[in-house]
Design a protein around this ligand. Structure first.
Ligand SMILES: [Zn+2]
Length: 169
């Protein structure tokens, strides 16, 4: 039997979103299809499903091709000390350089997320224990915190419980 109540589902669906429940293979195939076709969606996945998508998507060639860098210990420290986010288990991010010289990386991404959604919303994503969040082809752009330039270069993230996948170029 499913552990969720229909009330929970009603609160999501009445907000205009759908809930899909299926075997892992079907869910993973739906995520893959959305990534490859360039459609925008957010998936709340089990750890098993999230891992399956990530190991399919983040091949060594993909990590190399997207210019993904491991998030440094210094950047993790700044995220913890300046933004107050612990337990992010950041693994990789794409660092983009703005025309003004500012680097946009994991720290700036977290900072922008807090500015747009609030500290609690960002923290709550990283506090989820059983749920992972996968954003597929997000429309959101990276905004340089120094000069406000919209950085149009595709950017990628893969974290312990949060990730973004974009349609490969
Ligand atoms: Zn800038």
């Amino acid at each position: 039997m499913y552990k969720f109540s229909l009330d929970d589902i009603e609160s999501v669906v009445s907000g205009g979103k759908a809930v899909m429940v299926a075997e892992d293979g079907i869910v993973v195939a739906a995520v893959q299809e959305a990534i490859m076709s360039g459609r925008t969606a957010t998936f709340y996945l089990t750890r098993t499903q999230f891992t399956a998508v990530n190991s399919w998507y983040w091949t060594p060639q993909m990590i190399k091709g997207t210019g993904l860098d491991p998030v440094s210990a210094e950047e993790k420290d700044r995220i913890q000390s300046e933004l107050g986010i612990e337990e992010t288990r950041l693994s990789y991010s794409n660092r983009i350089q703005c025309q003004c010289g500012r680097m946009y990386g994991a720290f700036e991404f977290m900072q922008q997320g807090m500015k747009e959604h609030g500290r609690e919303a960002v923290q709550s994503i990283f506090k989820l224990k059983e749920v992972t969040v996968l954003r597929v082809n997000p429309r959101q752009e990276a905004v340089c915190p120094d000069c406000g330039t919209i950085l149009r270069a595709p950017h990628y993230y893969c974290y312990w419980s949060y990730g973004c996948c974009r349609q490969p170029m």
